[in-house]
Every structure is written in structure tokens, then in C-alpha cells.
Design a protein. Structure first.
Length: 612
């Protein structure tokens, strides 16, 4: 027999292709990997070539960031990193969902809940670890006690804008979670924040993340997000890509919830009764408040209606079944009997899940992966972040809209985003009209802000107005943030007679901008900005002003770059000189014949201070 040789069984030699395994797995599952590969390559380049120690990966809500984090973790391990810590918001449902997804991906080593590594018998040194922990001060303290002495940890912070930023930054103090996460990172650790809403991380300067090193994680081809549900051009809604049901602004009458349930029954029953393949299980998310007391009332309404529909002796049985039959006949004429019969046959299999528990239960799985044709999920803040709902067919969303809404919070509440193409035209969003308009504005501002990041236009620009704030004011590091001079500058170009002619044309301001975009391209002026201006110009062309071309003197501090921190417009674009104008455009030209187009929005804009 051959002599035993331990060197043959070196784990490193046989286990350095975990990233390739994950990409292969995704492809075998029929999933698009381009965005994942792009984000992972960018992150590793940040760490290895650019020596970045704190940066953000940003992508749309429910766009596949978890699979990206699995692949990134695999690559980090392949690169020789020993300890990867996955931080999640303080939700046992989210922790359970993400931990199970990592484990089912067969990643090596097996991911552990932080509580599994705390025992004295567990030795950290020498082995590789993937450790999951909630952003809970008690949990983080226990984890720190166990691993604080180990260097070169990599922190992947899912929903990074939640709890991690320092809300006491302007008081010279630290919030507890911010302090504990900073200690976890240590002096030589790496911090990677993952989020759909990076504004708070930027404006807070959280862990000194470098916005020039941010990684864009674009959504996969099957993704349906803000371009579908909150298009920059409101006329896109007329294409009926999904069902939008607008309620009166006081939409708390129980009848609206019951009517939405009727429509959910009909749409789910139609999809299953007309399908030639195996039936699917669908869910309806009832997202009415963050208060548990309100969820109890929602629960009573749902259960009382289901109780009546399951009992043909109940006094309201005929009423509800007839309403389903009438609705089915209006939406799917000729199918009303088949649809109604399907509901009658399957209503007893309905499931109701209230996601308010502080304990890990099976409820989260029943909610996120429905097991019946009719699953009703009731919840507020717990379901607002990170939790992915498979086969979500209906969302009933009513919130108090009396006060200014916070952009990052409401973007996270868009649980209808995701891979919905297969049944998108049957999906229904039921929401008060005023709330939808504010929500729409959140996403318009958000997309414009992210376009400034994606196109390298200096520091990110975060827009606000009287109804929508970018982030909570306490998180804005006032020493680092320019509150009112943020401008958007576009790519440099050669100033020719063509541009002069366009600016002198007898056209409306928006038409001139469209002409510039057509002839000079998106690098000079993005078409999305034009859509934004059209959508937020209450007085049409009177809301837009194109300033005379400014020739910049050779001795000016911004002659060569045509950009500067303190802004190019200055007082020239003030409301005193141009009252009522929301959008200001100017072309600036230097003595070399180079030019830039500069845009300023007269709502409120925040941008991180930096030298340009």
C-alpha cells in the first residue's frame, strides 16, 4: 500500500473554485449571471487593485442582491479571506431567509448563525467562516467578544443603510450599532455595504465609504422595477403593464381591503384555472401600517371574510361568491363560472400569515414562498426591507401620508418589485392616489440621483422637495454635506456652431433639450433628465430656464474642469431672479472650446462635500 501523504489532501488546492461553482449553479438554474459577475469583479478589483477598504454595492429592491452576495462571498473565500461576516437588519425572518438561501447554495464552509460559534469549544483560528448576525446590539457584542482578536475580517452589510449609519453624527457621538459594526471592521477589515438606497450611507459618510468606488449592480433582464411601477413618463401607465387601483386618500374603509381580496381571488383563480401547466401558489401582501394593533384589525377583516366564504351556510357566503362571479365576468368574460368554481373549491386552503413575530417560526416561509393558491400576508415594517416575496400577485398598501415621506424608507417598501414578468399583467397594486404620487416622486428622484453616480458626475446628488426628503435629517453629516448648491454636470464636449444654433432656435426649452440629446448624445445630456424635467414642470416650459452660455475666464478656478464644489450657478439661478423656475440649464465654455452642460433643480439637493 502507498504511504499516506497528508499533502495530497490540502483543502486550499481542491477548494479554490467556489466562485465558479456558484456561477455555474446560477446558470444551471436558468438565471442571468452578468450582473452578478460584474459586481463581484468590481468589488475584488476595489479590494486588490484600488486598496479600497469601505465601499457600497447598490442595486434595485429585490433585484437579486442575495445571489450576488453568495457569489461575492465565494470569491472572497477563494481569494484567501478567512472570516466573512454577513450583517442583516434586526429581523429574524430576514436572517432565516438569507441564511437558508446561502446554505441551499451549497457554499463552503456551511454558513453559521452567530449563536453557533459562541461556545468555548468552537475555535475560530485556522478555519474559514461565514457568520450571520443581526444588527442588534446584544448579538453584535457577543460576536465581538468571540472574534474581536482576529484581523482582516470582511463585513458584508446587507440593507447597509439600516442601523449602520451614525444617527448621532452631528452630536459628536456614535449610535450603538454604528460603534459595534466599526469595531467589527477593526483597523484592517473590509466593509462592503449592500443596499438599494445608498443615500444615507453617502450623506452620513458611514465608515468613510468612498463613493468613487461604489459598485453598480444592475437588475437582471426579467426584473420589473420602477420603470414599470413608477415610470418617469406617467403616460407609460396607460400601457397597462400591471393593474393600478387608486383609492381615495382616506383609504382605511374595510370595504377597500375586501374588494382587493375579491380581485386577488379572481386573478389567482384565473391564472390557475386557465393554466396548462401545474398550478401556482400566489400571495397578497397587506401592508397597511407598522403598528401591530392595526395588523390585528386587518387580520380580523381577512379571517372573517374567509370564514364566510368557506361555509355555504354562512349569511354572507352568497354575497362574497356572487361578488367574485361578477368581478370575474367583468375582467375575464366567459370565464366567470370556471373562476368562481375554482375559488369555491380551493378557498378552504387559504392561508393567513401575520409577520410580526419576534421569534423564528415557519410563518416567514409560508409568507415568502406561498404554499396555497390564496396566501394573505399581513405586516408592516418587518416586510418593508429585504424580505423577498415569491409569486406576489397583489399588494394592498395604505399608509399615513399626512407628513413628509422619506425617500429611502419608501423605496425599500416596494415589495412588488422583482421577477414578476411571468404574471405582471395580472399583478395589482392598490394604493391611495396621493401616496402613489409621492411614492412615484421618490423613485423619480432616486433614479436621477443614481444616474449621477453611474455616470461619474462627481459626488452623488440627492434630491428633495416639500413632500419628499432624501434621508432622515439626523443621519446627514452636516459638516460633510452641501445642503443647497448641488448641481449635476455632464460630460465634456466640443462647443461647436451646432450647439450655438440649437440654443438660439425658436423652440421651447424642453424641445431644445431633446434636440441636444438627439445630436450630442447621453454623455452630454441624459434623456432620463429630460423625462424628469417633463414630469416635474407644473407650468410647462415656464418651469424651465436655459441660461445664456457662460464663457469661463482662463484665470477662473474651474476653467479647465468646468466643475467646482461651490457650484457654477451661484446666485444667478436664485428664485429671486427667476421666480417659479424649477429647472435651470446652462452651458459653460472654456477658452479651449470645451464645454459642459450644467443642471440645477430648485427643490432641495444634498451632495457630499469634496474637492473636484
Amino acid at each position: 500500500m502507498e504511504k499516506f501523504n497528508i499533502n495530497k489532501f490540502d483543502k486550499k488546492k481542491g477548494n479554490s473554485n467556489r466562485y465558479d461553482f456558484q456561477i455555474k449553479r446560477l446558470k444551471e438554474e436558468g438565471l442571468y449571471t452578468g450582473s452578478v459577475e460584474r459586481a463581484v469583479v468590481g468589488a475584488i478589483e476595489n479590494i486588490n487593485q484600488k486598496q479600497s477598504r469601505s465601499f457600497v454595492v447598490y442595486g434595485e429592491p429585490q433585484s437579486g442582491k442575495t445571489e450576488m452576495m453568495i457569489a461575492l462571498t465565494a470569491k472572497l473565500l477563494d481569494e484567501g479571506n478567512k472570516i466573512i461576516i454577513m450583517l442583516l437588519n434586526d429581523s429574524v425572518q430576514l436572517l432565516g431567509q438569507n441564511l437558508n438561501r446561502f446554505r441551499s447554495a451549497e457554499i463552503d464552509p456551511l454558513p453559521k448563525n452567530f449563536s453557533e460559534v459562541l461556545g468555548k469549544e468552537v475555535k475560530i483560528s485556522g478555519a474559514e467562516w461565514i457568520i450571520f448576525a443581526k444588527k442588534n446590539s446584544s448579538d453584535l457584542k457577543k460576536l465581538l467578544d468571540k472574534i474581536d482578536g482576529y484581523d482582516h475580517k470582511v463585513i458584508i452589510d446587507d440593507e447597509a443603510d439600516y442601523a449602520s449609519p451614525n444617527a448621532k453624527v452631528n452630536k459628536g457621538e456614535q449610535t450603538k450599532i454604528n460603534e459595534l459594526v466599526e469595531k467589527l471592521i477593526g483597523k484592517n477589515g473590509i466593509y462592503i455595504g449592500v443596499t438599494a438606497t445608498p443615500a444615507r450611507l453617502d450623506l452620513n459618510n458611514t465608515f468613510e465609504n468612498n463613493n468613487e468606488r461604489w459598485i453598480d449592480f444592475p437588475p437582471h433582464p426579467q426584473y420589473t422595477g420602477q420603470d414599470v411601477f413608477f415610470p418617469s413618463n406617467p403616460h407609460e401607465l396607460s400601457k397597462n403593464l400591471f393593474k393600478l387601483n387608486l383609492l381615495p386618500d382616506q383609504g382605511d374603509n374595510p370595504k377597500y381591503l375586501k374588494e382587493c381580496m375579491i380581485r386577488f381571488f379572481v386573478n389567482s383563480a384565473y391564472l390557475n384555472s386557465s393554466s396548462k401547466i401545474d398550478p401556482e401558489n400566489y400571495s397578497m401582501l397587506i401592508h397597511t401600517s407598522g403598528k401591530k394593533a392595526d395588523h390585528s384589525e386587518d387580520y380580523k377583516i381577512v379571517v372573517s371574510m374567509l370564514t364566510a366564504m368557506k361555509d355555504n351556510e354562512h349569511k354572507k357566503y352568497e354575497k362574497y361568491i356572487k361578488e367574485i362571479w361578477i368581478e370575474a365576468g367583468m375582467v375575464y368574460p366567459g370565464k366567470e363560472d370556471i373562476i368562481t368554481q375554482y375559488v369555491v373549491d380551493n378557498v378552504s386552503r387559504s392561508d393567513v400569515v401575520v409577520m410580526n413575530s419576534d421569534k423564528i417560526t415557519e410563518d416567514s416561509t409560508r409568507a415568502t414562498n406561498p404554499m396555497t393558491p390564496f396566501t394573505f400576508v399581513i405586516g408592516g415594517n418587518i416586510v418593508s426591507r429585504g424580505v423577498t416575496f415569491a409569486n406576489l400577485l397583489s399588494m394592498f398598501f395604505t399608509r399615513d401620508v399626512k407628513h413628509k415621506i422619506q425617500q429611502d424608507t419608501y423605496i425599500q417598501r416596494a415589495r412588488m418589485f422583482g421577477a414578476r414578468n411571468k404574471y405582471l399583467k395580472y399583478f395589482e397594486l392598490t394604493i391611495p392616489e396621493h401616496l402613489y404620487l409621492d411614492w412615484h416622486k421618490c423613485f423619480i428622484f432616486h433614479k436621477l440621483s443614481l444616474s449621477s453616480v453611474r455616470n461619474g458626475l462627481g459626488s452623488p446628488i440627492w434630491l428633495e422637495d416639500k413632500r419628499v426628503s432624501s434621508v432622515a435629517s439626523a443621519s446627514v453629516h452636516k459638516s460633510y454635506v452641501n445642503m443647497d448648491r448641488g448641481e449635476m454636470v455632464f460630460g465634456m464636449f466640443d462647443f461647436t456652431s451646432v450647439m450655438e444654433q440649437i440654443l438660439e432656435l425658436n423652440l421651447g426649452a424642453v424641445n431644445k433639450l431633446e434636440k441636444i440629446n438627439e445630436l450630442f448624445g447621453a454623455s452630454v445630456l441624459q434623456d432620463y433628465l429630460i423625462d424628469f424635467i417633463k414630469s416635474f414642470s407644473p407650468d410647462g416650459d415656464n418651469s424651465v430656464y436655459i441660461h445664456p452660455v457662460r464663457n469661463v475666464r482662463p484665470d477662473s478656478d474651474y476653467h479647465d474642469t468646468l466643475t467646482r464644489y461651490k457650484g457654477i450657478f451661484g446666485s444667478e439661478a436664485s428664485t429671486k431672479i427667476h421666480p417659479g423656475v424649477a429647472h435651470h440649464i446652462m452651458v459653460v465654455v472654456n477658452s479651449y472650446g470645451k464645454a459642459r452642460l450644467v443642471y440645477k433643480y430648485m427643490g432641495s439637493i444634498k451632495t457630499l462635500k469634496k474637492s473636484i
